[in-house]
Structures are given as C-alpha cells and as structure tokens.
Design a protein around this ligand. Structure first.
Ligand SMILES: NC(=O)c1ccc[n+]([C@@H]2O[C@H](COP(=O)([O-])OP(=O)(O)OC[C@H]3O[C@@H](n4cnc5c(N)ncnc54)[C@H](O)[C@@H]3O)[C@@H](O)[C@H]2O)c1
Length: 363
C-alpha cells in the first residue's frame, strides 16, 4: 500500500484531487491533508476521512514520510513545497503551472536530480479523451499537415474577476496566469516548441480595479503552425473551444461537452454547406448522447482522475511521469514572456494616467 499527502485544501484539491486519490483506494491510502489554514485542513480531513491534518509542510513530511505528495496550493507556493517533498524522497504531483518563474522551475528540477522522488505536472487537459483522439488523428495524417489552431476560453466573470481576494488577480499579468498555462501546454502539444509570442491584454471592466485585464489575445508561433488564443473573463458564460486545421481537414472540439466534430466543407454550394451543417449537428448530437450515457452508466472519468492514476501507475512501475518537470518548465517559460509583455503594457498604460494625476496634484 502506498501513501499520499495532499497539500492545499482548497477548491481543486477537494473537488478533484482528493476524490481521485480516494478512488485508488485498492493501492493508495491518503494519510494527511496539509494547509496553512489549520481549521481548513482539519475540516477537509474530517470530510474525506483522512487520519491526519497539518498546517506545516516540513512537519507533515517528517511525520508521515509519504510516498506521494500532491501539491494543490496557489502557484507561488509550488516551488518551496516541491523542493521540500523531493528532499524527503517523495514523488510530487504538482498542479499547473509547475511554478511562477523559470528560476523556481529550475530549483525544482535541481532538487529532483538529487532525489529518489519524481515530479509530474498536472497538465490535465492533455488527458482529455478528445485531445488524445485529436493527437492520434493528426499523427495518422487524417487532416493532412497541421497548419494552425485556435482556442476560445471564457472563464465566468463571477469565478474570480469579481473577487478582490482571489489569488488569480494577483498573478503576474493577472487572470491569464491562472488559465493561461492550459492553453499554452495545449498549444505546445500540437504545434511543438513556441518560437514567437505576442500578447495583448484589454481592461474591459473598470468596476473591478483589482483585475489588470479581462480580455487577452495571444498568438503563439511554432515552426510549422501557429496558435491563436482568446481568453476572456467578462461573460457570465463559460466556454472552452479548440479548433485544429490542416491541409486536408478541420477538427473542432468542445472541451466541456467532450464532443469532437470532423468539420467537412469542401463543397461550397448551398447544398454542400447545408449538408455540412447537418453533418456537424449530427456529430454534436451523437457525441453528446454517447457522453451522457457514459455519465449515467458511471463510466465517466474526469481528466483529474486520469492524470492522477496515470502519474501513480507510472511512478510505481518505475516509468518517468507522462508530464515531466522539463515539460512544466517549457510552459512556464512561455508564461513568463507573456506576463513580462503584459506588465510592460500595463506600465505603458499606467504612465500617462500617472502623469495626469501628478499634474492635478501639483500645487
Ligand atoms: N487543472 C485545473 O483545471 C485547475 C483548476 C483550478 C485550480 N488549479 C490549480 O490548482 C492550484 C490551487 O488552486 P485552487 O483554486 O484550489 O486554490 P484555493 O485558493 O482554492 O486553495 C489553495 C489552498 O492552498 C492553501 N495554501 C496556500 N499556501 C500554502 C502553503 N504554503 N502550504 C499549505 N497550504 C497552502 C490555501 O490556504 C488554500 O486552502 C493552483 O495551482 C491552480 O492553478 C487547476
């Protein structure tokens, strides 16, 4: 039996990570929950039937010596916790992003070199069944050569834009630091290493002054294809849409309903367009029904379940993690350029405002 300790007892650990580890109960025992907020650690350990609660990571590591540590804290705490876990020779699964800076990632990689433990990064969307299917189709040549991709990601405004205390509003560059890693590692999975990065943030909602931007347009360019991304935090609706196109075909994925459509519009006559629209509607309906049946039949596995069980199984079989610390570093490298560009944009926007304020305040 292997042991795991969960660090961070907030949203993602209680909604996804703890339930996923508990589903591995034949091989794994969750022995501790650790959170800076002791009362939260105690409440969550009671809720999930975990024997111990801690508010200090080092103390927890010393007492429990867990085989696995699952890091579900805000990104700014990832590096210190990962290094401590690796020093204790635990395997560490770390929620995205691996850390907030390249230097922090390098510290983790250095600690991993001297440890028996391995680091896996929870780039969960890479375990999405339709993403896996799309990658297989592209590898088989079903859409010819991949020439581009597009992502539209809408995070409901009420999730954190309206909340001045949410950590996402304090990340470098603002909310993009929270959802941005998902679209960056997805782009890297399809178009390979990113050679050029352009981002533009827009401040759309002045009623939330704590959030630097609520609309981001991002262009990531690889060697043979580019990824165009819109991230918005302005709508009450959520959406996560992915499109991939090649010389021979187009794939569209609704990441939330998990429906993949093979888009076919070579014939541009009114009949051709009509038939293509009906074909698209039929694929959406059959995909949604199939997913609905899986859900009702209890066959539905969410992407965190897949990420966690894959990390666990690979570790105990002596295989390297599917998403390594080096992969995590590559994503953080791109995120760092994005946040640098956004910070200099914010400074440029801020300086005329500051000059006007200083002029007004001059005696
Ligand atoms: N993969 C996904 O879809 C997804 C979704 C949401 C969040 N996340 C990621 O999960 C992580 C946590 O996000 P969340 O929304 O659950 O945050 P949260 O604020 O809800 O919870 C974080 C918890 O960590 C605790 N904490 C902070 N610093 C700590 C430290 N040094 N030691 C111990 N506990 C500490 C806080 O007290 C809090 O209870 C982030 O990296 C975030 O990007 C991933």
């Amino acid at each position: 039996m292997y042991t795991v300790a969960i660090i961070g007892a907030g949203f993602i650990s209680t909604k996804k990570h703890l339930p996923a580890w508990l589903r591995l109960r034949r091989d794994v025992r969750v022995v501790a929950v650790c959170d800076l907020d002791r009362s939260r650690a105690e409440a969550v350990s009671r809720q999930f039937g975990v024997p111990a609660a801690y508010d200090d990571v080092e103390q927890m590591l010393g007492m429990e010596r867990p085989d696995f540590v699952d890091v579900c804290t805000p990104p700014s705490a990832h590096a210190d916790i990962a290094v401590a876990a690796l020093k204790a020779d635990s395997n560490a699964l770390i929620e995205k992003p691996l850390a907030t800076t390249v230097e922090e990632c390098e510290r983790i990689i250095e600690a991993e070199r001297g440890s028996k433990g391995r680091v896996g990064v929870a780039h969960t969307e890479l375990f999405h069944p339709r993403v896996i299917e799309a990658r297989q189709r592209i590898e088989r040549g079903d859409i010819g050569h991949l020439t581009g991709m597009r992502i539209f990601y809408s995070t409901p405004v009420t999730l954190w834009t309206t909340d001045p205390g949410h950590f996402a509003n304090r990340l470098p560059g603002g909310s993009i630091g929270e959802t941005g890693p998902h679209v960056v590692y997805l782009s890297q999975a399809f178009i390979g290493p990113i050679r050029d990065i352009r981002v533009r943030g827009r401040k759309m909602l002045p009623e939330y002054p704590w959030s630097p931007f609520e609309d981001y347009r991002l262009e990531l360019v690889g060697d043979h294809a580019a990824s165009s991304i819109v991230l918005t935090y302005t709508s009450k609706h959520s959406a996560f849409l992915l499109e991939l196109w090649g010389t021979e075909g187009i794939i569209k994925i609704d990441m939330q309903s998990k429906v993949l459509v093979n888009y076919d519009r070579v014939n541009q006559s009114p009949w051709g367009i009509g038939l293509s629209a009906v074909g698209e509607a039929a694929q959406i309906a059959s995909g949604a029904f199939a997913n609905g049946f899986d859900y009702l039949a209890g066959r539905f596995r969410n992407i965190h379940d897949r990420t966690i069980s894959e990390f666990f199984k690979r570790s105990v079989n002596g295989l390297p993690p599917a998403i390594t610390s080096e992969d995590g570093l590559e994503t953080v490298r791109v995120m760092s350029v994005i946040s640098e560009q956004l910070q200099s944009q914010a400074e440029r926007m801020d300086s005329p405002r500051r000059q006007r304020r200083e002029q007004r305040e001059r005696p």
